[in-house]
Design a protein around this ligand. Structure first.
Ligand code: ADP
Ligand code: MG
Length: 390
């Protein structure tokens, strides 16, 4: 794979890349739709991601090429950098612009990107490409940013330069991810704990429903609003800042304050999901994958019935998973309404799982999902093997 990328680099730039960087994609293992309620999320880096091969040039230009997209570009170092339509290289240009605006001294670069993450499926190829670019620039030009600076800078690029209003979880996970660790993270305080998550003889199956996530944004805003309504109602009697400041027991005692049944159901999900994250961290660090799997199914059911952000495609994947004894648990991951589901599947049973879920899903939905086998991988870094170009 990497030797092949060096070949591509030579073909395009007529010289070898002097360095290669890698940044993963991510999945959220559990803790869905609670980051904006002061809750805990639990993402991990996956073993798919984005590669950046690069070498400096003396031409005062940034050259952009991606093996995943046809557009390529050459942008002068001194130019005023603005977002150009929807082209992919807005992401690295945004990162470069951030460095320049911070007064960092850059030099021209010849860059080649390649991603083996499914793009636009909720596995955060966008955070991956931002963070790999930021990490590489920081390293090549000794810009002196900490890893957390790079995370914040990348999020700011996505929010302000690209114009996508994402939280910090994605950039955080792809930067701070560690092999066999899940990151239990509070997205407000950025307090986090790396939780030992040895999957043993299981792997993480990622099932892309291949359904465009059309509804996600409007429904997301609706849920944020509903959570604010629930919080305001509870505040009549409770001194809290977020729904996740209370546990299930306290919620049960006070839920009557929320008069709208739908809004009450939304809050019930939020509070219980936050409790589940804490239980999941315990289960994972105790190697209790059966319990973790149970929590995954419970999370999905809550997102489906109480929070109503699933859909027939994601439900079909989870419904099938429940019939397969080699699956410990499964759930939708990400905002919902499409995108990906994850399942904890015995390694030796993955091929059968993949075939069966594909058949079951295709039969019900009318088109096939894409199924990937992943492990919990490392966060962003430089790949230090010398790439021979062979
Ligand atoms: P997601 O983050 O869920 O994968 P987004 O729509 O947020 O989806 O981000 C996808 C965009 O990120 C792509 O359309 C492209 O502009 C950029 N991108 C991701 N990976 C690559 C890559 N390997 N090469 C070039 N651009 C990429
Ligand atoms: Mg994205």
């Amino acid at each position: 794979m990497k030797a092949h990328l060096q070949q591509e680099y030579i073909k395009h730039y007529g010289k070898e890349a002097s360095a290669t960087y890698f940044s993963p994609g991510r999945v959220n293992l559990i803790g869905e739709h609670i980051d904006y309620n002061g809750g805990l999320v639990m993402p991990c880096a996956i073993t798919f991601g984005s590669y950046l091969l690069v070498s400096p040039n003396n031409d005062q230009v940034f050259r952009f090429k991606s093996l995943n997209f046809s557009e390529q570009a050459e942008v002068p170092l001194q130019a005023e950098h603005k977002k150009i339509g929807e082209v992919w290289y807005n992401y690295p240009v945004g990162v470069i612009t951030h460095f320049i605006n911070d007064g960092k001294n850059l030099q021209g670069l010849d860059m080649l990107f390649y991603g083996d993450i499914p793009i636009g499926s909720g596995l955060s190829s966008s955070a991956s490409i931002e963070v790999v670019t930021a990490f590489a620039l920081n390293d090549l030009f000794n810009a002196g940013y900490s890893k957390l600076d790079l995370v914040k800078l990348s999020q700011s690029v996505e929010n302000k330069f690209i114009g996508v209003n994402c939280g910090i979880m994605d950039q955080f996970a792809v930067a701070f991810g560690e092999k066999d660790k899940a990151l239990m993270l509070n997205c407000d305080t950025l307090d986090y704990q790396a939780v030992d998550s040895n999957l043993g003889n299981y792997l993480l199956a990622i099932i892309n429903t291949n359904k465009p996530r059309k509804l996600a944004e409007s429904k997301y805003n609706e849920r944020v609003q509903e959570c604010q309504t629930a919080l305001a109602a509870l505040k009549q009697q409770l001194d809290i800042n977020y729904l996740c400041d209370i546990d299930t027991e306290t919620f049960e005692q006070h839920k009557h304050l929320i008069t709208d049944a739908t809004v009450q159901a939304r809050a019930a999900h939020v509070v219980a999901e936050n409790d589940r994250v804490k239980l999941a961290a315990k289960a994972l660090s105790n190697n209790n994958l059966a319990e973790f799997g149970r929590l995954m199914y419970a999370s999905h059911q809550s997102l489906r019935e109480l929070y109503e952000v699933s859909g027939v495609e994601l439900d079909t994947v989870v419904d099938y998973s429940k019939t397969n004894p080699n699956v410990a648990g499964a759930r939708m991951t990400g905002a919902g309404f499409g995108g990906c589901a994850i399942a904890l599947v015995k390694k030796e049973a993955f091929d059968t799982f993949s075939e069966e879920v594909t058949a079951y899903y295709s039969n019900k939905i009318g088109y096939a999902p894409s199924v990937y086998a992943s492990l919990i991988g490392d966060g962003v870094g430089m790949l230090n093997e010398v790439m021979s170009g062979e």
